[in-house]
Design a protein around this ligand. Sequence first.
Ligand SMILES: Cc1cc2nc3c(=O)[nH]c(=O)nc-3n(C[C@H](O)[C@H](O)[C@H](O)COP(=O)(O)O)c2cc1C
Length: 144
Amino acid sequence: MNLTRLVYYSQRNLSEDLNIQELIETSKHNNQHLNLTGMLHFNGDHFIQVIEGGRLEVSSVYHRIARDPRHSNIILLSFEGVRERMFPTWVMGLHQGMDSQTRAAFLRYFATDVVDPESVNVDGLLDVMQDLMATPPAKLAINI
Ligand SMILES: Cc1cc2nc3c(=O)[nH]c(=O)nc-3n(C[C@H](O)[C@H](O)[C@H](O)COP(=O)(O)O)c2cc1C
Protein backbone atom coordinates (compact mmCIF):
# COMPACT_ATOMS: atom_id res chain seq x y z
CA MET A 1 0.00 0.00 0.00
CA ASN A 2 1.40 3.34 -1.06
CA LEU A 3 2.30 5.56 1.89
CA THR A 4 0.85 8.99 1.26
CA ARG A 5 1.03 12.36 2.98
CA LEU A 6 -1.69 14.99 2.64
CA VAL A 7 -1.54 18.59 3.86
CA TYR A 8 -4.42 21.04 3.81
CA TYR A 9 -5.32 24.47 5.14
CA SER A 10 -8.80 25.53 6.22
CA GLN A 11 -10.58 28.25 8.14
CA ARG A 12 -12.65 27.74 11.23
CA ASN A 13 -16.34 28.29 10.64
CA LEU A 14 -17.36 30.63 13.44
CA SER A 15 -21.06 29.84 13.08
CA GLU A 16 -20.47 26.20 14.15
CA ASP A 17 -19.59 25.03 17.66
CA LEU A 18 -16.10 23.64 17.94
CA ASN A 19 -14.86 21.47 20.77
CA ILE A 20 -11.30 20.79 19.73
CA GLN A 21 -10.64 18.10 22.36
CA GLU A 22 -13.72 16.18 21.26
CA LEU A 23 -12.65 16.53 17.62
CA ILE A 24 -9.20 15.14 18.43
CA GLU A 25 -10.66 12.21 20.40
CA THR A 26 -12.90 11.25 17.46
CA SER A 27 -9.98 11.64 15.07
CA LYS A 28 -7.70 9.50 17.19
CA HIS A 29 -10.33 6.79 17.47
CA ASN A 30 -10.96 6.71 13.71
CA ASN A 31 -7.37 7.17 12.60
CA GLN A 32 -6.08 4.36 14.76
CA HIS A 33 -8.30 1.86 12.97
CA LEU A 34 -7.02 3.09 9.61
CA ASN A 35 -3.31 3.28 10.59
CA LEU A 36 -3.38 6.99 9.94
CA THR A 37 -1.01 9.40 11.68
CA GLY A 38 -0.45 13.14 11.56
CA MET A 39 -0.99 16.41 13.27
CA LEU A 40 -3.44 19.25 13.45
CA HIS A 41 -2.38 22.84 14.09
CA PHE A 42 -5.17 25.21 15.12
CA ASN A 43 -4.30 28.85 15.81
CA GLY A 44 -7.85 29.88 16.70
CA ASP A 45 -8.60 31.08 13.19
CA HIS A 46 -7.33 28.43 10.80
CA PHE A 47 -6.28 24.79 10.70
CA ILE A 48 -3.30 23.15 9.08
CA GLN A 49 -3.52 19.38 9.09
CA VAL A 50 -1.07 16.70 7.99
CA ILE A 51 -2.48 13.20 7.45
CA GLU A 52 -0.29 10.20 6.61
CA GLY A 53 -1.14 6.62 5.75
CA GLY A 54 -2.38 4.45 2.90
CA ARG A 55 -3.43 6.37 -0.22
CA LEU A 56 -7.02 5.15 -0.04
CA GLU A 57 -7.41 5.81 3.69
CA VAL A 58 -5.87 9.29 3.51
CA SER A 59 -8.03 10.17 0.55
CA SER A 60 -11.26 8.95 2.10
CA VAL A 61 -10.72 10.59 5.50
CA TYR A 62 -9.84 13.85 3.73
CA HIS A 63 -13.11 13.80 1.79
CA ARG A 64 -14.99 13.20 5.06
CA ILE A 65 -13.12 16.04 6.80
CA ALA A 66 -13.70 18.36 3.83
CA ARG A 67 -17.48 17.97 4.29
CA ASP A 68 -17.28 18.92 7.98
CA PRO A 69 -19.17 22.21 8.59
CA ARG A 70 -16.82 23.21 11.43
CA HIS A 71 -14.41 24.57 8.84
CA SER A 72 -14.53 25.98 5.32
CA ASN A 73 -12.37 27.40 2.52
CA ILE A 74 -10.37 24.19 2.54
CA ILE A 75 -7.30 24.32 0.35
CA LEU A 76 -5.47 21.10 -0.46
CA LEU A 77 -1.77 21.96 -0.31
CA SER A 78 -0.22 18.58 -1.01
CA PHE A 79 -1.07 14.90 -1.62
CA GLU A 80 2.00 12.85 -2.40
CA GLY A 81 3.59 9.46 -1.99
CA VAL A 82 6.29 9.41 0.69
CA ARG A 83 8.97 6.96 1.83
CA GLU A 84 8.47 7.47 5.54
CA ARG A 85 5.97 8.98 8.00
CA MET A 86 6.85 12.31 9.56
CA PHE A 87 4.58 11.82 12.59
CA PRO A 88 4.77 8.04 13.17
CA THR A 89 3.99 8.33 16.89
CA TRP A 90 0.98 10.66 16.57
CA VAL A 91 -2.38 9.12 15.72
CA MET A 92 -3.43 12.77 15.49
CA GLY A 93 -1.30 15.24 17.40
CA LEU A 94 -2.78 18.62 18.29
CA HIS A 95 -0.90 21.87 18.41
CA GLN A 96 -3.09 24.76 19.45
CA GLY A 97 -2.52 28.50 19.71
CA MET A 98 -0.09 31.09 18.43
CA ASP A 99 2.28 31.95 21.27
CA SER A 100 5.74 33.45 20.86
CA GLN A 101 7.34 30.04 20.48
CA THR A 102 4.94 29.14 17.69
CA ARG A 103 5.63 32.45 15.95
CA ALA A 104 9.35 31.74 16.24
CA ALA A 105 8.87 28.35 14.58
CA PHE A 106 7.08 29.99 11.63
CA LEU A 107 9.71 32.75 11.41
CA ARG A 108 12.46 30.14 11.31
CA TYR A 109 11.23 28.93 7.92
CA PHE A 110 9.23 31.87 6.56
CA ALA A 111 9.70 35.60 6.16
CA THR A 112 6.52 36.28 8.16
CA ASP A 113 4.37 34.30 10.58
CA VAL A 114 1.29 34.73 8.40
CA VAL A 115 0.60 31.66 6.28
CA ASP A 116 -0.77 32.45 2.84
CA PRO A 117 -2.23 29.13 1.66
CA GLU A 118 -2.07 30.26 -1.95
CA SER A 119 1.68 30.65 -1.95
CA VAL A 120 3.06 28.82 1.08
CA ASN A 121 5.95 26.43 0.50
CA VAL A 122 4.70 23.06 1.75
CA ASP A 123 8.15 21.71 2.66
CA GLY A 124 8.71 24.76 4.88
CA LEU A 125 5.28 24.26 6.40
CA LEU A 126 6.10 20.63 7.20
CA ASP A 127 9.34 21.78 8.85
CA VAL A 128 7.30 24.13 11.04
CA MET A 129 4.79 21.38 11.87
CA GLN A 130 7.62 19.05 12.92
CA ASP A 131 9.17 21.75 15.11
CA LEU A 132 5.81 22.45 16.76
CA MET A 133 5.34 18.81 17.71
CA ALA A 134 8.94 18.41 18.86
CA THR A 135 9.20 21.54 21.01
CA PRO A 136 7.91 21.37 24.56
CA PRO A 137 5.43 24.13 25.49
CA ALA A 138 7.11 27.43 26.39
CA LYS A 139 5.93 27.23 30.00
CA LEU A 140 8.11 24.16 30.54
CA ALA A 141 11.16 26.13 29.50
CA ILE A 142 10.62 28.94 32.04
CA ASN A 143 13.37 29.08 34.72
CA ILE A 144 15.80 26.99 32.71
C1 LIG B 1 -10.14 20.41 11.24
C2 LIG B 1 -10.71 19.02 11.33
C3 LIG B 1 -9.87 17.93 11.36
C4 LIG B 1 -10.39 16.63 11.44
N1 LIG B 1 -9.53 15.56 11.46
C5 LIG B 1 -10.03 14.31 11.48
C6 LIG B 1 -9.18 13.17 11.42
O1 LIG B 1 -7.95 13.27 11.37
N2 LIG B 1 -9.77 11.95 11.44
C7 LIG B 1 -11.11 11.77 11.51
O2 LIG B 1 -11.58 10.64 11.51
N3 LIG B 1 -11.94 12.84 11.56
C8 LIG B 1 -11.44 14.08 11.57
N4 LIG B 1 -12.30 15.17 11.63
C9 LIG B 1 -13.72 14.92 11.90
C10 LIG B 1 -14.47 14.50 10.67
O3 LIG B 1 -14.81 15.63 9.90
C11 LIG B 1 -15.77 13.78 11.06
O4 LIG B 1 -16.54 14.61 11.92
C12 LIG B 1 -15.48 12.49 11.81
O5 LIG B 1 -14.50 11.75 11.14
C13 LIG B 1 -16.77 11.67 11.94
O6 LIG B 1 -16.45 10.57 12.69
P1 LIG B 1 -17.61 9.63 13.30
O7 LIG B 1 -18.40 9.18 12.10
O8 LIG B 1 -16.85 8.53 13.99
O9 LIG B 1 -18.40 10.50 14.24
C14 LIG B 1 -11.79 16.46 11.53
C15 LIG B 1 -12.63 17.57 11.48
C16 LIG B 1 -12.10 18.85 11.39
C17 LIG B 1 -13.02 20.03 11.36
